[in-house]
Design a protein around this ligand. Structure first.
Ligand code: ARG
Length: 563
């Protein structure tokens, strides 16, 4: 039950203000003895021609107090004390009744949301930054779907550009086919790095690279076949990461998909007199917006990243008629997206305002330094596997008897990594620290998963909690806090979507786990004497597990029944 709404409705019966306005005025008092919600009456003084204190006192006598323990007038405030037992009953019954769909709504019905996320580059490693995008994008995808929206996940693969000419040249010169077969991306990276080293000594290589790219663009069969080979091999590796993470996309339309869709955009830009020459290139000037120009065509007439993003934006609008179009890409690309969106706006399309760049910070490691220039990167699959094996070590130590240890380690190990990405505001840099992220007592994935498993173990021991429950006794600070937290699930999702910030939901899940553990430590559930109160507490445990499970599912993490 949304108490704020209920209170607003009750107040509205007596005063002539919009429901939303009343709701907006309702506050959470600073101290619990001042009630759970408060309505300040200052604003009404003018229209009522009365002192706020009087208005509060009068409202108190008139208002319908059903479902509240009491309603008090304190100075200019009307304070509402919830009936905690009734609140616990409504909340827990609702959660247990709705089960896996608790937290969902239909508010987004009929609205399409395109989410461009993950989007790694062919022949390059799927790196820790792409995992950031993957984790955020996947969470937003699921969160939007949970509210009735229709999410469309798009993997905008980096599969086009002059670098592929260089790669073909490097391939012809240095490839080791066996290595390529075994670990394609490592081998492609090796020859690509070699190309750059060699090109510094021998500039002819650059020309050769350009020549091959031209051939590729012109559709020369040999070059196209090589490019396809690189692409398929890279995808094979990406797929195994997506499988580990259980992430799916609705479209793999990458940059090359827009090769035949850019002409019309360039033409339209020309027709609308937006293209100007600048140092041989064709650009859209954005100086009035205090931005550098958006380059559309390079000096040699070739298109670039931005041209493809423009074409992609139009394609997405046409194909999906999106309500919102989201791009989950690192913050260093913020300017790029601003330029692209501004260009669309200048072309006269007001849906440009529905395009949004969702940026995120950098990823660093506490235990190592990486030089990308030397081709040092962390391969994601290795990172995930490292997390799984470290988790397995911890389980072997803590609970050697556990069944399905490997499966548990996989869910918990991967969950720990995803959780680390989604736990803080996305713009904040991440420092990977194994001890921290695998700590069962910290604000971590394993902590939340462990809390879930602990709840499940209580329920297994209790066996039957279907009997009659007496909620009226669930009014301790810990119990009320837990129920309140459980009741806020939908709000946490909606707030997270409003800010496009999955961390809001992640933090909420941490809050649930913390509130549960406080409750668990303060009350010996199994020793509760009154059978009906015991049943009520057990149902509260079941409701907590349900909310943790639903919450984690929305951020792409699975629960384990035992750990
Ligand atoms: N492939 C790019 C990179 O790795 C990300 C692409 C993001 N999406 C887009 N529509 N530009 O940086």
């Amino acid at each position: 039950m949304d108490y704020k709404k209920v209170i607003a409705e009750r107040i509205k019966e007596h005063i002539d203000l919009e429901l939303e306005v009343i709701e907006g005025l309702i506050e959470i008092p600073p101290k619990p003895d001042m009630g759970d919600y408060a309505f300040p009456c200052f604003q009404l003084a003018k229209s009522f021609r009365k002192a706020p204190n009087m208005i509060a006192a009068e409202l108190k006598t008139k208002i319908n107090g059903e479902g509240f323990e009491k309603i008090e007038a304190l100075g200019p405030y009307l304070n509402f004390f919830m009936d905690k037992g009734a609140f616990a009953k409504v909340t827990i019954d609702k959660i247990l009744l709705e089960g896996d769909s608790y937290g969902t709504s239909e508010i987004g019905k009929g609205k399409n949301i395109t989410i461009d996320f993950s989007s790694p580059n062919i022949a390059k490693p799927f790196h820790v930054g792409h995992l950031f995008s993957t984790a955020i994008g996947n969470a937003l995808y699921k969160m939007f779907n949970s509210q009735g929206y229709n999410s469309i996940g798009i993997n905008h693969l980096g599969d086009w550009g002059t670098q592929f000419g260089k790669l073909i040249s490097a391939y012809k010169r240095w490839v080791d086919e066996d290595a390529l077969e075994k670990e394609p991306i490592k081998e492609l990276l090796r020859i690509y790095v070699k190309f750059h080293d060699e090109a510094e000594k021998d500039p002819v290589l650059e020309d050769e690279g350009r020549m091959y790219f031209k051939k590729l663009e012109d559709g020369s069969p040999e070059e196209v076949a090589l490019w396809e080979k690189f692409k398929n091999q890279s995808l094979r590796e990406f797929e195994s990461v997506y499988k580990l993470l259980d992430v799916k996309f609705d479209s793999y339309a990458g940059e090359s998909f827009y090769n035949d869709k850019m002409d019309s955009v360039v033409k339209e830009l020309e027709e609308k007199n937006l293209l100007v020459e600048s140092n041989g290139a064709k650009v859209v000037m954005l100086e009035e917006e205090n931005m550098p120009p958006c380059i559309i065509l390079k000096g040699d007439g070739a298109t670039i990243y931005a041209t493809r993003d423009l074409a992609a934006a139009f394609y997405r609008k046409k194909t999906y008629d999106f309500y919102k179009s989201i791009y989950v890409v690192g913050s260093p690309q913020a300017l790029h997206f601003k330029q692209v969106f501004k260009t669309i706006e200048k072309m006269g399309y007001d849906w440009a305002k529905n395009c949004e760049h969702v940026g995120f910070g950098l990823v660093k490691f506490a235990d190592r330094k990486l030089s990308t220039r030397k081709g040092e990167v962390i391969f994601l699959e290795e990172l995930l596997n490292e997390s799984i094996s470290k988790t397995l070590e911890i389980i072997n130590e803590k609970n050697p008897e556990l069944e399905n240890k490997k499966e548990v380690a996989e869910k918990v190990g991967i969950g720990a990594v995803i959780f680390t990405y989604l736990k803080n505001k996305r713009e904040k840099d991440i420092v990977f620290n194994w001890d921290e992220m695998l700590n069962f007592d910290g604000e971590t994935g394993p902590y939340v998963q462990y809390t879930y498993a602990r709840g499940k173990s209580i329920l297994r021991k209790a066996e039957n909690f279907e009997g009659e429950a007496d909620y009226s006794a669930l009014y301790s600070v810990e119990e009320f806090e837990l129920v309140k937290t459980l009741s806020n699930f939908n709000e946490a999702i909606l707030y997270g979507l409003d800010k496009l910030e999955p961390s809001i939901l992640t933090r909420y899940i941490i809050d649930v786990a913390k509130a549960f553990n406080k409750f668990y430590n303060a009350h010996n559930i199994m020793a509760t004497e009154d059978e009906k109160v015991k049943v009520a507490r057990l149902k509260m445990v079941a409701a907590t597990c349900q909310v943790i499970k639903n919450g984690l599912a929305l951020i792409g993490i699975k629960v384990v029944e035992k750990m």
